[in-house]
Design a protein around this ligand. Structure first.
Ligand code: ARG
Length: 270
C-alpha cells in the first residue's frame, strides 16, 4: 500500500473516535439522585497540590482532610473519587468546574462573594484565617514590620488579596505558584515572610521548627467545596447532606482530629 492511502485510512478510522470523545466531554452522565458527573462511575475532583494537610502526596497517594471528606461524598454516591491536580487559578475562577474538567473542587478554598458569582459553594466545612510565616525569631509580626522587606504570597489566594490590600506600599510582594514554594522560600530566607492560611502554616511549622507563625490576621474565612454555577444542584445538595451528617454523627470530629490533633473544633460541628 502506498503511504498516502494508509494515511487516509488512518484518518478515516479516527473520525468516529473523535466524535465519541467530543460527545463524552459535554455529555456528563447522571447518577441516581440526578448528580451529574463528567466520568462514569467516578467523582472527579479538582484540587491544587500541595496544600498540606488538606491535600498532599504521601507514599505516592494523594491524602488529606479534604480527600477524606470528599470520600464520604463519593461513598454516598457509590462512586470512586478521582483527583485532578490543576493550578489554583483554574479552580478559584470556577473554570475547572464550568468547563467540565471536574465535578467538584476541594482545595482548602475560601468561600468569597466574588467566587460565589462564578461557582456554587457547599456549606462551610472549615474555619481559617490568614497568618504570617517567618523564620523563627525574625521579629516580623505585622505587615507594617515588613516595610522594605519581601513578603511571599500564593497566586490567586485570599492571602495574596489580603497582602495587596493591607501591606504598606514598600513591602515587596513575591508571588509563588504553590504553598511548598512559598514556605520553602521563607525557610531558606529568599523572602522575609510568607502569608497563607493558618491551618497549613501551623502544619508547616510543626514539621519545620526553624520557622514560626508570628501573627494571625483574623480574616474570618470559611472553606467550601464547589460545583459549576447553576449546573449541578443535585451534587451540591448531596454534598451538603453528607457534610451535615458528618458534622452531627462524629465523623467530622474523627477526621478533624486525624489532621488537627491540637486545634479547636469549629463551632458548626455537633
Ligand atoms: N484558602 C485560600 C483561598 O481560598 C488558599 C487556598 C489554596 N488552596 C490550594 N489547594 N492551593 O484562596
Amino acid at each position: 500500500m502506498d503511504t498516502r492511502f494508509v494515511k487516509t485510512l488512518a484518518a478515516v478510522a479516527l473520525v468516529p473516535l473523535l466524535l465519541v470523545s467530543c460527545a463524552a466531554n459535554d455529555d456528563s452522565t447522571a447518577l441516581e439522585g440526578g448528580e451529574k458527573v463528567v466520568a462514569e462511575g467516578k467523582l472527579t475532583v479538582c484540587t491544587h497540590l500541595p496544600y498540606e494537610p488538606f491535600q498532599y502526596q504521601e507514599d505516592g497517594q494523594i491524602v488529606g482532610f479534604d480527600v477524606d471528606m470528599v470520600d464520604l461524598v463519593a461513598k454516598e454516591l457509590g462512586v470512586e473519587q478521582t483527583i485532578v491536580n490543576t493550578p489554583f487559578e483554574t479552580i478559584e475562577t470556577g473554570q475547572a468546574m464550568s468547563t467540565g474538567k471536574c465535578d467538584l473542587a476541594a482545595a482548602g478554598m475560601t468561600i468569597t462573594e466574588e467566587r460565589s458569582r462564578v461557582m456554587d459553594f457547599s456549606d462551610p466545612y472549615f474555619n481559617a484565617t490568614q497568618a504570617l510565616l517567618v523564620q523563627k525569631g525574625a521579629g516580623y509580626d505585622s505587615l507594617e514590620s515588613l516595610s522594605g522587606k519581601t513578603l511571599g504570597v500564593q497566586t490567586g489566594t485570599t492571602g495574596q488579596e489580603y497582602a495587596e490590600e493591607n501591606a504598606p506600599a514598600d513591602v515587596e510582594l513575591k508571588v509563588f505558584e504553590d504553598l511548598a514554594l512559598l514556605s520553602g522560600a521563607v525557610k531558606t530566607g529568599s523572602v522575609d515572610a510568607g502569608i497563607n492560611d493558618n491551618g497549613v502554616l501551623y502544619d508547616y511549622v510543626e514539621q519545620n521548627p526553624d520557622t514560626e507563625v508570628s501573627i494571625e490576621f483574623d480574616t474570618g474565612e470559611q472553606y467550601g467545596f464547589a460545583v459549576a454555577k447553576d449546573q449541578n444542584d443535585a451534587l451540591l445538595d448531596t454534598t451538603n447532606q453528607v457534610l451535615d451528617q458528618a458534622k452531627q454523627d462524629g465523623t467530622y470530629e474523627k477526621l478533624f482530629r486525624k489532621y488537627f490533633p491540637d486545634a479547636e473544633l469549629p463551632g458548626f460541628v455537633g
